[in-house]
Each structure stands twice: as structure tokens, then as C-alpha cells.
Design a protein. Structure first.
Length: 234
């Protein structure tokens, strides 16, 4: 009990003093996850909107694939990205293995299906009451996609927050692709796993408290945004 109390005390001291190592790890985590979320949004939002408006017989198959991809095991994603970025892999010349760029790629692959699947449902719901109006204007699919992305922008912001929360909490894929190298690719989740295995509980606890706080802030922000949208749009 004394060890746990001492560890918590030391963790609070690290947080209060804005420890340099703690700050570096946290900043890298935020930078990697935010970049991955932006890239996943650039890929997932148009894809989700396109699937929402499509009417081909293949549409249901794409939806099933997207929904299934939401549950991709992170270690499998990490393995695939590792093989792609390895020296003998097709993307080995990029030199991204064991770098933040490789970690961004792994997180992007992981959360793009999540953003696409959630965006598809959001766009589909937004399109239903506007379908006849779009038809009367003779809008093309591209014009409909652009219009709906704009109309549903607040709901889609919640989708992006969900993607970011998933990305920053990921450990398996980024550890495999990033290598958990001190001062280079060590992020919050991988450091927590490493420091706990080493018995360095103060740093692990400090990062754990920061990570939980960030996840709570993201989810709280999503809920606040959702309630604000419901009040504004009825």
C-alpha cells in the first residue's frame, strides 16, 4: 500500500513539475494521433459519403467490409504496416519503419474504417430528408457529397473526435511499427506498457492519468458538441 501511495505521489509530482520526458512523450502522442486523424478524415469522410449515396448492388458488401474493419485487431494492422514498411517490403524505400511517420500510417489504417463507417451512417441519415430536393435540382453525386459533408459537419466533428480517441489510446500497432524508441517513437500508451513492465510506476501512472484525462476530454467534447447540435437543430 505504501508503494502505491508513494508511486501516486511521485506521479503527481511529475505532472505538477511538467517533467520534460512526460511533456515530450505527451506531445508526440498528440502529434501522431492528430495527424493520423486528419489523414483518416481525408480518406474516410469522402468514402463514407460515397457509400451512403451509392445504390449499386455492391453497396451492402462495402458496408459489411467497413463495419468489419472497425474491429480490426491493432496487432494485425501493426503487422501489415510493418511488412509494408520493412526493408524488403513494397514501401521500404520510404524509411518510415521505427519513425513517427510509420506510427501515423499505422493509426491512419486503423481508424480510417471507423471514420468511414460512422460517416456513412451520418451522411445517410442527413441525405434522407434532402433526397427529393437534390433530385429536383439535378445535383450530381459529387455535388451531393460536398453539400452533405457541409450540412453534417457538426455531426462529423463528433466522428473525428471518436477517431482521435481511438488513435491516441492505441498501443499494439504503434509499438510494432514505431519500436518504442526513447526520444523518438515512444508515445503514452507504449511508455505505460514499458514502464509498468520495468516497475517504474510513477511515470506509468502519470502518463496513465494524462491519457485518461485526454480520453475523457475528447469524449466530453463529443457529447457537448452533440447536445449543442441537438439544441440548435432541434
Amino acid at each position: 500500500m505504501s508503494l502505491l501511495a508513494d508511486s501516486f505521489g511521485s506521479a503527481l509530482t511529475l505532472l505538477a513539475s511538467a517533467d520534460a520526458t512526460l511533456s515530450e512523450i505527451t506531445w508526440l502522442s498528440l502529434r501522431v494521433s492528430a495527424t493520423a486523424t486528419l489523414l483518416a478524415a481525408a480518406l474516410g469522410l469522402p468514402l463514407g459519403a460515397w457509400v451512403a449515396l451509392a445504390r449499386g448492388g455492391w453497396r451492402q458488401s462495402v458496408i459489411v467490409v467497413l463495419n468489419a474493419a472497425m474491429g480490426l485487431p491493432p496487432v494485425v494492422v501493426g503487422l501489415v504496416v510493418y511488412l509494408l514498411l520493412s526493408r524488403s517490403g513494397p514501401l521500404g524505400t520510404l524509411g518510415w519503419l521505427f519513425t513517427p511517420a510509420g506510427m501515423v500510417m499505422a493509426q491512419t489504417v486503423l481508424i480510417t474504417p471507423i471514420i468511414a463507417a460512422l460517416a456513412r451512417q451520418t451522411i445517410e441519415d442527413a441525405h434522407a430528408p434532402l433526397a427529393d430536393w437534390f433530385a429536383s435540382l439535378g445535383l450530381t453525386t459529387t455535388q451531393r457529397v460536398v453539400t452533405l459533408l457541409h450540412e453534417a459537419r457538426f455531426s462529423l466533428a463528433v466522428v473525428l473526435l471518436a477517431g482521435f480517441g481511438r488513435a491516441i489510446a492505441e498501443v499494439g500497432a504503434v509499438m510494432m511499427v514505431g519500436g518504442n524508441i526513447a526520444g523518438s517513437t515512444r508515445v503514452m500508451t507504449t511508455t505505460i506498457a514499458l514502464e509498468t513492465s520495468k516497475g517504474d510506476l510513477p511515470l506509468a501512472l502519470a502518463l496513465g492519468m494524462l491519457l485518461v484525462t485526454l480520453v475523457l476530454m475528447v469524449n466530453g467534447g463529443a457529447q457537448t458538441l452533440k447536445r449543442w447540435m441537438e439544441r440548435r437543430h432541434g
